[in-house]
Ligand binder design. Structure first.
Ligand code: NAP
Length: 369
């Protein structure tokens, strides 16, 4: 995508939404490649955590709001490539799906085209102009505008990684709720590691991903929402019944939560928030399509081996256990069950083991990436 005339350290990439969850991974991948990075967000003061990902002066944040075209054009000025990660899961005030994910995305696409900068756009699996969900329709509109500007479009499934709002959400809920009501319990997801998505985006910025296409990004395994929640309960050592809700009951739960959120002026904890639009989304599987697989429009097709959630998630779910991170010590030095102790040269089972020495990696050490 970017020509080889300029070295990467001379090339500037504007990343809209760089301060968000996925932003951290995208910025890290771009910074490791040497690009200069301009983070464009509404609150640049909240992007300070990205500074350690690059060298001094390599990453800086500017104020930009997708709802204000002028600020978008300024943020794209003299950029060699543009990445749009902006998305919202719920509408609040002027932050509507249409304004941010459809019109806002169109504004970024037009500004990038006018500046002659290649565009990488992040949408979501389930984006569909005919969906009953406003979120999914606005994502489809945003995709259409990005494709018209010649972008590479990425549609991730549910993303995981430290700081995610999926596995952490259920870990947090299980800590305080005696029962976990679950709408969309049988809906299938393909959890994808945010670092793999970040790598795919960085490769697109490098020019190694054919543009003008939609890529569907999922992890190596497909699981129902109920299976994922059961996994969280297992990892956090919590016993909580999962109460499967029909779409009708889910809608009632959403109405209650939306009303509580209004009454508390938006102060309802994020973990408890649920909207009717999300209930609509939860009725459709969120997995990579067979067409995308056949055409290689996947992580594997881009040469990226997707990471399993079991390799990453346990390390950051441990804080939701009854004794939090202090449980890590217990797991780091487990007493090996007798039948797994291998004989040493002397033939004595377990004679090679020293009391107090770890027999396996600590849970926290597994999150190597
Ligand atoms: N997380 C997932 O599991 C998932 C799954 C599928 C697709 N996606 C998509 O992936 C993308 C990244 O998701 P994420 O989880 O990283 O989201 P996130 O953590 O909520 O980050 C969203 C980013 O957008 C910025 N933003 C919001 N409104 C804006 C506006 N009007 N103008 C400029 N910036 C704005 C936010 O910063 P400020 O608020 O400071 O402006 C933040 O940096 C989104 O497009 C999302 O739809 C996410």
């Amino acid at each position: 995508m970017l020509g080889a005339v300029l070295t990467r350290t001379q090339q500037l990439v504007t990343v809209f939404g760089g301060s968000g969850f996925l932003g951290r991974y995208v910025v890290r991948s771009l910074a490791q490649r040497g690009y200069r990075i301009r983070i464009a967000v509404r609150r640049p003061d909240l992007a300070g955590h990205l500074q350690p990902l690059g060298k001094v002066g390599q990453i800086h944040a500017v104020q930009a709001n997708l709802r204000h075209r002028g600020s978008v054009e300024h943020a794209v000025d003299r950029a060699d490539a543009v990445v749009n990660l902006v998305g919202i899961l719920r509408q609040t005030g002027r932050q509507t799906f249409g304004a941010v994910q459809a019109d806002g995305a169109a504004g970024v696409a037009e500004a990038a085209r006018a500046a002659g900068a290649p565009l990488v756009h992040v949408s979501a699996l389930g984006a569909d102009p005919d969906s009953a969900s406003l979120y999914a329709r606005s994502k489809a509109d945003g995709e259409a505008a990005a494709l018209a500007a010649g972008a590479a479009v990425f549609r991730p499934s549910l993303m995981f990684g430290p700081g995610d709002s999926s596995f952490n959400r259920f870990g947090s809920l299980a800590r305080v709720m005696p029962v976990l009501p679950l709408v969309g319990a049988d809906t299938r997801f393909q959890p994808v590691y945010a670092a793999d998505v970040g790598e795919a985006i960085a490769r697109a910025v490098d020019g190694d991903v054919p543009a003008g296409r939609v890529y569907e990004l999922g992890g190596p395994e497909i699981r129902t929402l109920q299976e994922l929640v059961a996994y969280v309960l297992e990892q956090t050592e919590r016993r909580r019944p999962i109460l499967k809700l029909s779409p009708g009951l889910g809608r009632i739960q959403a109405i209650v939560m939306e009303t509580l959120d209004l009454l508390t002026l938006g102060l309802l904890p994020n973990e408890l928030k649920l909207t009717r639009d999300q209930v609509l989304l939860l009725q459709h599987d969120n997995v990579v399509s067979p067409q995308a697989e056949a055409e290689g429009r996947t992580l594997q097709g881009l040469g990226i081996e997707p990471t399993a959630y079991q390799a990453i998630v346990p390390a950051y779910l441990i804080r939701f256990r009854a004794a939090g991170q202090f449980d890590a010590g217990r797991l780091a030095f487990p007493s090996p069950p007798p039948d797994t102790i291998a004989p040493d040269e002397s033939g004595a089972r377990g004679a090679h083991l020293r009391p107090g020495e770890p027999v396996g990696p600590a849970v926290g050490q597994r999150a190597a990436r």
